[in-house]
Design a protein around this ligand. Structure first.
Ligand code: 5AD
Ligand code: SF4
Length: 457
């Protein structure tokens, strides 16, 4: 979501003359777009700000001014505290207000003169209107072959460990037509694959042109009809919102990729209840089996938290059992970290840090083995790979299989933006290595068409 938001910030700033650059030292404006999901987020921001302060002061000595802005969920949570602790920061803005960035820059610039371009005190963390989508331009810089498109924001679930409902606000779904328009703009650039985004993306319930509410399954049907969209993914989902229609879409819509990120967090019903996840292990397993009935080759990934307050060895073992039963192709796992203001933060049975470390190690070992097993099972097979961009080595391209695995192939730029049948030769840690099946045929047909063009000239 932050990658998407950053791209949108660049889009809203383009008309007033800003363009992105790769060197903070030469930037007229630096925006830290922050995430608050796990511990130490604020401390990281303050230490990064300390570094930027030196940059800003150095530039001031050369009579160059730098606007420093802090955006995102840390900005939303900390608000004025940032201006107090880091008085050289010029703008603090929340995730719902960045469409107003040009105005904030203008206010900061005006305040600049009297404050000697040092700490211009613009604060805009209005909470949360979700009106920003009405003001964001569809037209913008290209996100590349694979792009994000935000369709839903916020969360009403209030898992007891999570800060998102407080920083991103209530659930909100964008209207269908607005989403399709943005998709068409992406396709006009170079995008082939769209990942629909939302903190609770499968809780999507937007209005179509007739004013009728549709769910994510219906939205995927509509997006599949957009000319030029070749692949669709969505993230992140909640198990309770995996409704029948969405499961149906997995079986029906060929453009919808057979991979799904479905966080479960824990394999213990006691812990799930204490997390306020509102589903059981059995519900989760049931959803997975319905999904696999609808699309037999679904690849599943998930999020896990170890060391949630009250988690015993037995609870932890149940998580390992769940992993072994479902078999994940990929996963993210975290030690529970206290988020101030959340119910779990004040639960009494906090798990000691060393025990969290131990459990994380064990859990990641099991998950890593499953990932390797899944990847290895593809060696000798042909996967459909969307080639996205150049790799680190000359004539290497990086793409993603339908199962969301990173795949490297040796091929020319000609293939960027194409879905190709790739024969998988080997697995290198997390990445697959493959070769394009029709490589020779493609080269021949390209040479032939070049010859014909040459003759015509
Ligand atoms: N501690 C550890 N992990 C967390 N996550 C969210 N909040 C916390 C927390 N307080 C993890 C969850 C979620 C992912 C995005 O981050 O697993 O699915
Ligand atoms: Fe956080 Fe996801 Fe739970 Fe919402 S559903 S509170 S975003 S973990």
């Amino acid at each position: 979501m932050n990658v998407y938001d950053s791209a949108k910030m660049a889009d809203v700033l383009a008309p007033i003359g800003f363009t992105s650059c790769s060197d903070a030292g030469s930037a007229d404006m630096i925006i830290l777009n922050t995430c608050h999901i796990r511990e130490k987020a604020s401390e990281k921001v303050y230490s990064e700000l300390g570094r930027l302060r030196h940059l800003k002061e150095k530039r001031l000595r050369n009579e160059e001014s730098t606007i420093i802005a802090v955006a995102g969920c840390v900005a939303q949570a900390e608000g004025e505290e940032i201006l107090r602790r880091a008085p050289y920061v010029d703008i603090v803005l929340g995730p719902q207000t960045y469409h107003r960035l040009p105005e904030m820059v203008a206010r900061a610039t005006r305040a600049g003169e009297e404050k000697n371009n040092y700490g211009r005190g613009v604060l805009d963390t209005d909470f949360p209107t979700s009106q920003k989508f009405d003001y964001l331009p569809n037209e913008g810089g290209s996100q590349g072959v694979s792009a994000f498109l935000s369709v839903q924001e916020g969360c009403d679930k209030f898992c007891t460990f999570c800060v998102v409902p407080y920083t991103r606000g209530a659930e909100f779904s964008r209207p269908v037509e607005q989403i399709l328009n943005e998709a068409r703009c992406l396709i006009e650039k170079e995008t082939k694959e769209i990942t629909l985004l939302g903190q609770n993306v499968n809780a999507y319930h937007g209005l179509d042109e007739m004013g009728k509410e549709i769910g994510l399954g219906g939205l995927i049907d509509r997006l599949s009809e957009v000319h030029g969209v070749e692949r669709i993914r969505y993230t992140t989902s909640h198990p309770n919102d995996m409704n029948k229609d969405l499961i149906r879409a997995h079986g029906q819509q060929e453009k919808l990729m057979p991979s799904l990120h479905l966080p479960v967090q824990s394999g213990s019903n006691k812990i799930l209840q204490s997390m306020n996840r509102r589903h059981s292990v059995e519900n989760y397993i049931n959803v997975i089996s319905e999904l696999r009935n609808s699309r037999s080759d679904m690849a599943l990934s998930s999020d896990f938290i170890v060391g949630f307050p009250g988690e015993t060895d037995e609870d932890f073992e149940q998580t390992i059992d769940l992993i072994k039963e479902v078999k994940f192709s990929q996963a993210y796992s975290f030690k529970y970290s206290v988020r101030p203001g959340t119910p779990a933060g004040v639960m009494v049975e906090q798990v000691p840090e060393e025990l969290k470390d131990e459990r994380l190690f064990v859990l990641q070992d099991v998950l890593k083995k499953q990932q390797t097993e899944f990847n290895s099972s593809k060696v000798g097979n042909v996967l459909q790979v969307l080639l996205e961009k150049s790799g680190r080595h000359a004539s290497q391209l990086i793409g993603r299989s339908q199962y969301n695995q990173a795949v490297h192939v040796n091929a020319s730029q000609y293939y960027v933006g194409q879905v190709q049948d790739v024969y998988i030769d080997s697995v290198l840690s997390h990445t697959l290595q493959g070769s394009i099946k029709n490589h020779v045929k493609d080269i021949e047909s390209r040479q032939k068409s070049e010859r014909i063009e040459g003759e015509h000239v």
